[in-house]
Design a protein around this ligand. Structure first.
Ligand SMILES: [Zn+2]
Length: 171
């Protein structure tokens, strides 16, 4: 791994004097990395990175990522809902139109097959605080997504927004 070392302090002491967080001594760490180290602990950044990668590849590590994502999601839940409420309040007609047009779109895109489990999916989403997303959007001008179980997935609300924009760019 190549490390950009120009302009870094040469020792932990020098780094502390300069108020820098990292330094480059040019000496290898016990594992043989010649790279940056943290001034506070003198630990090698590449070693830390390896520990982190190893941890994140374990079941416990993956669970900790999920837990932190969930914490973030729930911490911001109220703020997101408040934004939606505020928008609806200041755009009542547009909100009504949007709700109606979604209903119409959905009705038009509903197929006879693939309805089994749809209701349950919406219930599950409500319980988990997720949104039900059409993988292929219903309202796309050039592709027509269907309202059935094969075209639905659960997403966090923000993911849903991101995906929608992305899809429009791709086609
Ligand atoms: Zn190292």
């Amino acid at each position: 791994m190549e490390v950009q070392v120009d302009g870094y302090p040469k020792s932990a002491k020098e780094a502390r004097e300069q108020g820098a967080k990292q330094y480059f001594s040019g000496k290898p760490c016990p594992a043989g990395h010649v790279g940056l180290r943290y001034a506070s602990t003198q630990s090698c950044l590449q070693c830390l990175r390896q520990h982190q990668d190893k941890f994140l590849s374990t079941e416990v590590g993956r669970a900790s990522i999920r837990a932190s994502q969930e914490r973030y999601y729930h911490a911001n839940k109220e703020a997101r809902h408040e934004n939606v409420r505020r928008w609806r309040k200041s755009n009542p007609e547009r909100a009504r139109w949007l709700a109606g047009s979604t209903k119409r779109l959905r009705k038009r895109a509903t197929t006879k097959y693939g309805q089994k489990g749809v209701k349950e999916l919406y219930e599950m989403a409500r319980k988990l605080g997720l949104s039900v997303d059409h993988i292929v959007p219903l309202n796309h001008p050039r592709v027509c997504g269907l309202h059935n179980i094969y075209n639905l997935q659960l997403l966090p609300l923000e993911e849903n927004m991101k995906k929608r924009n992305h899809f429009e760019e791709e086609y």
